[in-house]
Ligand binder design. Sequence first.
Ligand code: GLN
Length: 537
Amino acid sequence: MNQTKYIFVTGGVTSSLGKGIIAASLAKLLQARGYRTTIQKFDPYINVDPGTLNPYEHGECFVTDDGAETDLDLGHYERFLNVPTSQANNVTTGRVYLSVIEKERRGEFLGKTVQVVPHITNEIKERMQLLGNSGDYDIVITEIGGTVGDIESLPYIESVRQLLWDLGKENAIVVHLTLVPYLAAAGELKTKPTQHSVKTLMESGIQADILVCRTEHELSDELRSKLAQFCNVTRESVIQSIDASTIYEVPNLMLEEGLDKVALKKLNLPKKNTPDLKNWNVFLQHLKNPKHVVNIGLIGKYVELQDSYKSILEAFIHAGAANETKVNVVSVHSEYIDAENVADKLSGLDGILVAPGFGERGIEGKIEAVRYAREKGLPFFGICLGMQMSVIEYSRNVLGLSDANSTEMNEGTAHPVIDLMEEQKTITDKGGTMRLGAWKCDLKEGTLAMKIYNKKQIEERHRHRYEYNGDFFEKLEKAGLKASGINPDTGLVEIVEIENHPFFLGVQYHPEYKSTVANPHPLFVHFVAATVKAKHK
Ligand code: GLN
């Protein structure tokens, strides 16, 4: 077996420079050249995973097939590469310490003092090579969260330093992403922050091999030479990353800059073929030249922070391109919707998506929005909590069970149409205890769901505790809310829909996690198509 090659991506100067997008773009180019590539992220925070984090803290929690609750950057990796990730692709400090402490409790360190170096760093190094050692990948890209110089990042940087040494020069390299700010008053781009950041990395014993410089303006030849000279990198290793109109443009920009070529050269790998980005560019073509425009309301309570709904927003971009349609996603705060203002709040929208969420805040507004969409024939798509709200709405307003609710919101309701599963009732821990990851679902003949997926069985990713309560199944079916997807093992209802409506679909799972550039999710594609139709009718 050939030696797996490693690329480490670090960041300096500020956070939010888009390390995840650079890592994903580089991976895309290497993949398009024929290399089996994967990306993993190491996050320096102490939570064991981001599952218990409020979306305002860290944006969306991305869920993998194997049920890992992970950083939203893994979503970018999947959307770019169209290859599923897993628990192994995301490691946090909390997870590293947890496993080292568990080993200590089992006596595995044989009486030794357990220390950051070597025990924590060994654990990190082992995990950094886990995917590489599987034999499934030629190249593993590892993104180190945070900014160099942070106290929390130190064990990771030290682990990278050791790995560079262990693996040897041609088997592992470091790509360092920095910011080259533009000072308007001086009319100049400034290299000093990058110089300092490279120096900080050197203090930890790491020499960056490639510099990727985020900038709002083109880097001149002179400036590139200066950066090369002061930062100890070759001239071709200074890569400009100029602001792009969409993240999906970045692989092409990196191709023009030669990021993949210089990485391969440093890793002593052949260039193979020129990257095949044909399908990717067809997608970009459609994205940039839409024939239609629609406004879709995103009804949620975390709307102040766009990252909370990252995968949903990206799924709309994929589905929009598939429909040659620009999808304007209009955020509507569910907390401020009520029966009086709902028509006003949703005016001008061609469809609504009622978002996932937890807790009571904003749910009455979501229920009002579902009611409006159902009654007015406005395309409706409910995801997870959004689906649960559609069941509650139907139970209240069609079945006449006025106090119908989820026991998440009202434990004592006489009509718990959404309820905890038996096995959830004894669980007290919050981390990693929901129904998570991929579950099978059988689709019923003749339903909208079946028409869209065009197959009998699907597998989608879940992240929830509460479920459609089967005790109300007969009544709801009879009244017209049809269960069109059922879990074959548990009998749980996963999809609901109503007939004689332009588009009304609620899903208990999260289809947005599986939408990629290469495979836009069919539910999003058909939902967007329905909004285009609604607009032009
Ligand atoms: N709060 C709901 C549950 O736990 C829905 C979760 C979600 O929307 N992801 O079942």
